[in-house]
Write a protein that binds this ligand. Structure first.
Ligand code: HEM
Length: 334
């Protein structure tokens, strides 16, 4: 038995060595997800995880919504050419167009200062070592934990892209008017299953959305909507375009700042804020209905599925040929 343990340890050492060799030879072609490791900075930046955690604790204590906003940034990073920190790039230097002006980000992406603060502290401890993409992956995990959600081990070793694509952000990030089949397709395009999609959508258990993303739904545009809920929400979001466009409502009206399964309970009552949220539960035999019911009744199942799906989404890699580096300032290429 002991001999077996030793030999399998040797085999896994060999496997790791092979993986490292593959990573080095493939660097120009992007980081393969399989090469991410829980131990990536153990030697080069051992204090990293507590640094990010305390930066996020400070940010979330000041404003719990920042936790939600950082979680969303990670999704918007990973869905656009992999988790490469591209969403963090400003429109600078002149002539460079980042992703912040893309429809799904413009006027709604926030939380950048929290990522900057975590990165600045990581730089102070371990100069030019930790990528912005990894800081964001850790910050998103910590945000979930600080809001009461599950913890998971974050695989690390991502690099930051020197490029961004506003067009890809517009094309790849699903919109609030999406129907179920289009939601499923946009996640499938990233190798994520229907179950992953529904679990990840549970991120809407925290955070806020602007009126212009749910105006139609609460002003008569949607059949499957709770009438009392719609009447209350439209007080801050009337039918007239341009009136109250930026007024906010919680994505989970029950417990807006707690990472729990309240979002799914809301869907059972047709209180999904976005049309796309309610698409996950029709109550009439939709493909995700039974999973939504399970998550609504079983917080532990949602928590573990969410954590697993976050690790999977966090493994999305930039396309071969993407120029990569460890950015010093997350807002601009070195
Ligand atoms: C399934 C498809 C999804 C759609 C259609 C969608 C759409 C949206 C929209 C329209 C908003 C409000 C933006 C605004 O006010 O303009 C929002 C907010 C948010 N989304 Fe999603 N989302 C999706 C999936 C996800 C995923 C997978 C995550 C994370 C894993 C996520 C995390 C968040 C969070 C936390 C907020 C609140 C952010 C804040 O308060 O700053 N979303 N989403």
């Amino acid at each position: 038995m002991a001999a077996f343990v030793i030999s399998s340890a040797r085999i896994s050492t060999l496997a790791v060595a092979l993986l490292v060799a593959t990573t080095i030879s493939c660097r120009g072609a992007g980081v393969a997800a399989a090469t991410l490791s829980n131990k990536y900075y153990d030697k080069t930046c051992p204090g990293l995880q507590p640094i990010v955690r305390s930066a996020m604790a400070q940010a979330v204590a000041a404003d719990p919504r920042t936790g939600a906003s950082v979680l969303r940034l990670f999704f918007h990073d990973c869905f656009v050419n992999g988790c490469d920190g591209s969403v963090l790039l400003d429109d600078a230097p002149p002539g460079f167009t980042g992703e912040k002006g893309a429809g799904p980000n413009l006027g709604s992406a926030r939380g950048f200062e929290a990522v900057d603060a975590a990165k600045a502290q990581a730089e102070a401890a371990c100069n030019a070592t930790v990528s912005c993409a990894d800081v964001l992956a850790l910050a998103a995990r910590d945000a979930v934990g600080l809001l009461g959600g599950p913890a998971w081990a974050v695989k690390l070793g991502r690099k930051d892209s020197r490029t961004a694509s506003q067009a890809a952000a517009n094309a790849n990030l699903p919109g609030p008017g999406s129907g179920l089949s289009s939601l499923l397709a946009s996640f499938a395009a990233k190798g994520l299953s229907a179950r992953d999609m529904t679990a990840l959508s549970g991120a809407h258990t925290v955070g806020r959305a602007r009126c212009l993303t749910f105006r139609a739904r609460v002003n008569g545009g949607d059949a499957g909507v709770n009438a009392t809920f719609a009447a209350r929400i439209r007080q801050g979001c009337p039918a007239t375009n341009g009136v109250g466009d930026s007024s906010l409502a919680p994505l989970d009206g029950e417990t807006p700042d707690a990472f729990d399964n309240g979002y799914f309970r809301g869907l059972l009552q047709q209180r999904g804020l976005l049309h796309s949220d309610q698409e996950l539960f029709s109550g009439g035999g939709g493909s995700q209905d039974s999973l939504v019911r399970k998550y609504a009744g079983n917080a532990g199942m949602f928590a573990s599925d969410f954590a697993r799906a976050m690790v999977k989404m966090g493994g999305l890699e930039p396309a071969a040929g993407t120029p990569l580096e460890v950015r010093i300032n997350c807002r601009k290429p070195n």
